[in-house]
Design a protein around this ligand. Structure first.
Ligand code: SF4
Length: 444
């Protein structure tokens, strides 16, 4: 494949849709284009090439992906619009019909620039995306720096999933689970720290399964221990962990670690055993509750969040009430609530008793309110106490104040005075809201 610069400095704009894994990938794509001599411009600017990393996890992921592809096409009718990611893998023709010139599947993302250059020169590369081969074999690399002002980054350690929950399309569009080799992951982490990151959030599709395909027992804990040795990497966070991956070894390791953030995000989806079974989720409400209680006991002030799905086919009122009661009783600190969204070609298509949008919305509304109440209570428990924050290179839009994030996932806003971006500061918390807390900085 060519490694030469494009003949003229073509402008390329990127837009991401979807999850934190897509965020990592879009940053990696940017650095790849930068290294080949392209000029990276904001998505709102006129560009010669638009790259859209799409999402298909829900119907709104599809709709947002289509919207961005159409927007790119409208912004410059003469541009080359490239679509990649999960929606592109699942329904390439739909994106071509609305304006994508080139669709690159998940397994070929790592050579996206080569595909683009072949397309621009009229040459042909293997047909993409291939429905048989969504699996990642080459992980995208973040090479160097494109943007300034970095503090917190996302590091991909894994891709794909072997679980096959009945509502989920992701194993079909990302393929079976695959772990990024430890040496490559550590090298990537080193490079990201050298380019300025102080905090890395480890991410994947089923991050907790890390190491299972490498025949490595406790692979994730082993990787964490190695990452913690990296000088300059001050904080390590895990983005999302399936309940079955939250082992005693992991909880004990996090409790004892000085670098690991006091933060777990553990999808619950339902707190009702019958619903969990129909979802194809292999744990019970009692197991989930025991894991959360253990975290809260061993790691005081830990942020504990969950994804919760409402309105799964056949979810009766008493099933929903079980979910609501479980979350109410547990020391959860925030929720991400999703109404069930039918994905074609998933087993949920064959289930009976699909619920009306009205019921789904009503249940969503109740759970969102519960999550907000719990988050406010968590935030209020820090008034009069101190939190160490990593100061970001931006101001809060609504208040105009400086912003920092605590290790336990609390957004702190403060006057800031002499605080420097990408440094740690200690804030004394004076007031709490559901979405953030106010602080006065004491030291940096
Ligand atoms: S664990 Fe279940 S919900 Fe998560 S990606 Fe795998 S199949 Fe989808």
């Amino acid at each position: 494949m060519t490694t030469q610069s494009p003949p003229e400095r073509l402008r390329v704009a990127f837009q991401n849709v979807g999850c934190k894994l897509n965020l990592y990938e879009i940053e990696a794509l940017k650095t790849g284009f930068d290294q080949r001599g392209y000029q990276i411009v904001p998505f709102g600017d006129q560009a010669d090439i638009y790259v859209v990393n799409t999402c298909t996890v829900t119907g709104s992921g599809d709709a947002d992906s289509r919207k961005v592809v159409r927007r790119a096409r409208r912004a410059n009718p003469a541009a080359t619009v490239v679509a990649t990611g999960c929606y592109a893998q699942h329904r390439p023709r739909e994106l071509e019909e609305i304006g994508a010139n080139l669709v690159v599947g998940n397994s070929q993302k790592a050579s996206l620039v080569d595909h683009l250059e072949a397309h621009l020169s009229g040459a042909s590369m293997p047909q993409t995306p291939s429905p048989q081969e969504p699996r990642t074999t080459n992980f995208l690399q973040i090479e160097g720096t494109v943007e300034q002002g970095r503090t917190r980054g996302t590091l991909q350690i894994q891709d794909g999933c072997d679980e096959h929950c009945t509502y989920c399309i992701i194993p079909q569009v990302r393929g079976p689970g695959v772990s990024r080799p430890a040496a490559e992951t550590l090298e990537q982490a080193h490079r990201m720290v050298q380019s300025g990151y102080r905090e890395l959030a480890l991410t994947g599709v089923h991050t907790g399964s890390y190491g299972s395909d490498l025949a490595q027992k406790d692979g994730l804990v082993h990787l964490l221990k190695e990452l913690e040795k990296i000088d300059g990497l001050e904080r390590i966070r895990l983005n999302s962990l399936e309940p079955g991956s939250v082992s005693d070894a992991l909880i004990h390791h996090v409790a004892a670690s000085s670098k690991f953030c006091r933060h777990f995000h553990i999808p619950l989806q339902s707190g009702d055993d019958q619903t969990l079974k129909r979802m194809g989720r292999h744990y019970s409400r009692a197991y989930y509750a025991e894991r959360i209680e253990k975290i809260a006991t061993l790691i005081p002030d830990c942020a504990v969040g969950a994804d919760v799905m409402v309105g799964f086919p056949g979810e009766r009122q008493e099933h929903f009430d079980n979910t609501y009661a479980l979350i109410g009783d547990l020391p959860m600190t925030y929720l991400h609530v999703f109404p069930f969204s039918l994905r074609t070609a998933t087993p949920a298509e064959r289930l009976q008793d699909h619920l009306s949008n009205q019921v789904k919305q009503e249940r969503s509304r109740r759970l969102i309110a519960l999550g907000q109440r719990k988050r406010l209570e968590f935030h209020q428990s820090f008034v009069g106490r101190r939190l160490q924050v990593l100061v970001e290179d931006r101001r809060d839009k609504a208040t105009g104040l400086r912003v920092g994030l605590s290790d336990n996932y609390i957004k702190v806003v403060f006057e800031g005075g002499k605080t420097l971006p990408n440094h740690f500061a200690v804030a004394s918390i004076t007031r709490a809201r559901e979405d953030l807390v106010f602080g006065e900085t004491l030291t940096q």
